[in-house]
Design a protein around this ligand. Structure first.
Ligand code: IVH
Length: 677
């Protein structure tokens, strides 16, 4: 290729790359893959290394890596970069409107634009003949700092306009204002990466964006996921649209990123009616917004209204309730979970966050407290957003007065006082005492729960009573309980005791996967338990499962395999299993050849009605199915047997009228088991 052609090729590559960058970062709709983009960029870099004299100001290869600076130069803004006054209630918005109306009667005719108020940093971008010529921070509104090299690294900032050849020609001199920020997703990803590298994480997207923009080394800025949305033309050498909505559309047509969440309202009443909706919408925005900005759409009118100090009259910020607030950390409490894991919980000086009074927040684990250097007595930043449990982001180090105390993780379980342990490869600390009452209660709660043994009527209250009375020291003890035991407890009458005993006994026929889930092995929930049940088919095999064997199963990694093997290798647990087995709680898998259960009920369809003596509904269904039978809900001609318990109702009548055979619970068992022998 001769030099002229190569130069043409270089120009073409620059334009093409800028176009793809725009599609990716501004329109969010790339048309080539990242790989193809990188290939093109590589070609461009090769040409630039041979012909540095050709390098264009808008070259995408120049987005990264210019040399670090000593300090930022000062830049005079072409016009004041104004701020905003705040409103916190619909009344404040109404009052703002009334004030304006008194100043200028044209207000009655204007419409309003609402935009999200992005919680980022204001920047002013300068373009000459459509080429990015630099940019600055807001500074004091008159003079900012020249952060051109850093801004150049932000890929959503167009280096040349129009990016798209079809766009309008921009004014020769153009100053655009926007907000630089980090999306929530990028922020989480960034922190995740830091966490994995054992580095300190950032407090929130805004602080991170601020810190990243003011780096003297642009390479550092380039490594942070900064992005931008624009919303104002600060100055232009030629005419620009006269309404705020017109400006936003115009900026968009020039290739600038503009918020898609902008609405125009005809009257102030419509604006006020829309406020609650915006508060809701906040949760769907991909970035942090601390409010919305309500702007007079007619920019000439807005301009005529002037400003109060730094705040223009023609726009106002409606602030959302804060999601992050600071308060004092009064204490750190330790809870003991089902698996014995110790979790620290922050006891806070009660504080309102987003309309809810928060008194407690999670601190995740002891490492978290140490990494963030959170001390008792600290002023801490607490976050509550949506459904998330409030958590502590970190301490406000500047607010310390020396009275704060470093937190010492406990060496003993706060409930049973036994020494705690940190298992290899685990962040968490555990109480490994299986008779620790705190753990036992949590464990039993799980054992009897719907997804585990599903013991109806045995709620947390009763579990606590049983543990407190010393009647139950492990889950197997449940099966030794008698009616008399229960009647000794407060609040028990005959019927209730009877029902619970029945429910407990009935749970013996729960399928294997439920039993494995009920054991409460760390990392083994419903899905994993079903996986193990399907493979091992019996407790006799599962109880001796080996690490390699476990890891050969899909979705089972070394952590789960180790947790299972660890659990099974503890003598206490093997004793517990022995106890279950002795009590007849020893479920087996469904397949005949492995379970040994003959498919005695194969081909038969059952309907169950009334209250049974030994089975819950779920249990009898499982029992019939285990023997190859089918269970349906309603009686029809194809029903083979109706299993009848106490207080049977309309199903019994229907069965009689259709001539369907009825059997009792014990007759069913005889049918299933009798033939087993
Ligand atoms: S308009 C005259 N619009 O909020 C124009 N500001 O608290 C005044 N901000 O300094 C600003 N999103 O940094 C405007 N859509 C938006 C905004 C926005 C975020 C920031 C901006 C401003 C601060 C005022």
């Amino acid at each position: 290729m001769n030099s002229t052609d190569l130069r043409l090729e270089y120009d073409r590559l620059c334009d093409e790359l800028n176009y793809h960058s725009y599609r990716y970062h501004v329109l969010d709709s790339p048309v080539i893959s990242d790989y193809e983009y990188d290939q093109l960029l590589k070609k461009l870099r090769e040409i630039e290394s041979r012909h540095p004299e050709w390098i264009r100001a808008d070259s995408p290869a120049q987005r990264v890596g210019s040399a670090p600076q000593e300090k930022f130069a000062k830049v005079q803004h072409p016009a004041s970069i104004l701020s905003l006054s705040n409103a916190f209630s619909p009344e404040d918005i109404r009052a703002w409107y009334e004030r304006l109306l008194k100043l200028d009667a044209r207000i009655a005719q204007t419409d309003f634009v609402i935009e999200p108020k992005i919680d980022g940093l204001t920047v002013v971008l300068r373009y000459q003949n459509g080429v990015f010529a630099g940019g600055a921070t807001r500074g004091d509104g008159e003079v900012g700092e020249d952060i051109s090299a850093n801004l150049r690294t932000i890929r959503s900032i167009p280096l040349k306009i129009p990016v798209d050849a079809q766009g309008p020609k921009p004014p020769v001199d153009l100053f655009v204002r926007g907000e630089v920020f980090i999306t929530n997703k990028d922020f989480d990803r960034l922190n995740q990466r830091l966490l994995e590298n054992g580095e300190k994480t950032y407090l929130n997207p805004r602080n991170t964006a601020a810190g990243s923009l003011r780096q003297l080394d642009p390479a550092l800025t380039a490594s942070r996921p900064l992005t931008l949305l624009t919303y104002q033309i600060v100055a232009a050498s030629e005419g620009v649209p006269e309404t705020q909505k017109g400006i936003l559309d115009y900026l968009k047509s020039l290739g600038f990123p503009v918020s898609g969440d902008v609405r125009v309202y005809g009257t102030i009443d419509e604006v006020i009616a829309a406020l609650p909706g915006w508060n809701e919408k906040r949760n769907q925005l991909p970035y942090e917004a601390d409010g919305i900005v309500i702007k007079i759409n007619d920019l000439a009118l807005a301009n005529d209204l002037g400003a109060v100090g730094k705040d223009p009259r023609g726009a106002i910020a409606f602030k959302f309730p804060a999601r992050e607030v600071t308060t004092r950390l009064l204490d750190i409490e330790i809870n003991v979970g089902r698996t014995g894991v110790l979790t620290p919980t922050a006891v806070l000086d009660p504080v309102e966050i987003g309309g809810v009074v928060v008194k407690q927040a999670t601190l995740h684990n002891f490492d978290y407290i140490r990494e963030k250097d959170i001390r008792i007595g600290d002023r801490v930043l607490v976050k509550r957003a949506g459904e998330v449990i409030p958590y502590i982001i970190g301490p406000v180090v500047e607010a310390r007065d020396g009275s704060e105390r470093e937190f010492q993780p406990p060496q003993n379980c706060p409930v049973c006082r036994e020494p705690v342990q940190n298992l290899p490869g685990e962040i968490a600390w555990f109480c490994v005492n299986f008779s620790c009452p705190a753990q036992l209660i949590r464990h039993l709660e799980h054992f009897v729960s719907k997804s585990a043994m599903d013991i109806n009527g045995l709620g947390i209250k009763i579990v606590e009573q049983l543990v407190a009375a010393g009647l139950v020291k492990d889950a197997a003890d449940l099966y030794q309980l008698s009616r008399e035991d229960l009647l000794k407890l407060e609040g028990f009458a005959e019927k209730k005791a009877e029902n619970i005993i029945q429910a407990i006994q009935g749970s013996k026929s729960q399928p294997l996967e439920r039993f494995i889930n009920a054991l409460g092995i760390r990392g083994v929930g419903e899905v994993m338990a079903a996986q193990f049940a399907a493979y091992f088919q019996s407790m006799d095999r599962f109880r001796y499962a080996g690490r390699e064997e476990l890891m050969s199963l899909e979705g089972v990694g070394p952590n789960i395999a180790d947790a299972v093997v660890d659990w099974l290798s503890r003598p206490h647990n093997q004793e517990l299993l022995e106890k279950f087995k002795a009590s007849g709680v020893w479920p087996e898998g469904k397949r005949e050849k492995d379970t040994g259960k003959k498919q005695t009920l194969a081909g038969l369809t059952f309907v169950v009605t009334g209250t049974l003596e030994h089975f819950t509904r779920e249990a009898i269904t499982a029992y019939i199915q285990a023997h190859g039978g089918k269970v349906t809900d309603s009686v029809s001609k194809s029903t083979s047997y109706l299993v009848v318990g106490e207080n049977a109702g309309s199903k019994l009548e229907k069965a009689r009228s259709l001539g369907i055979k009825t059997i009792s619970e014990s007759e069913l068992k005889a049918l299933a088991e009798g033939a087993d022998a």
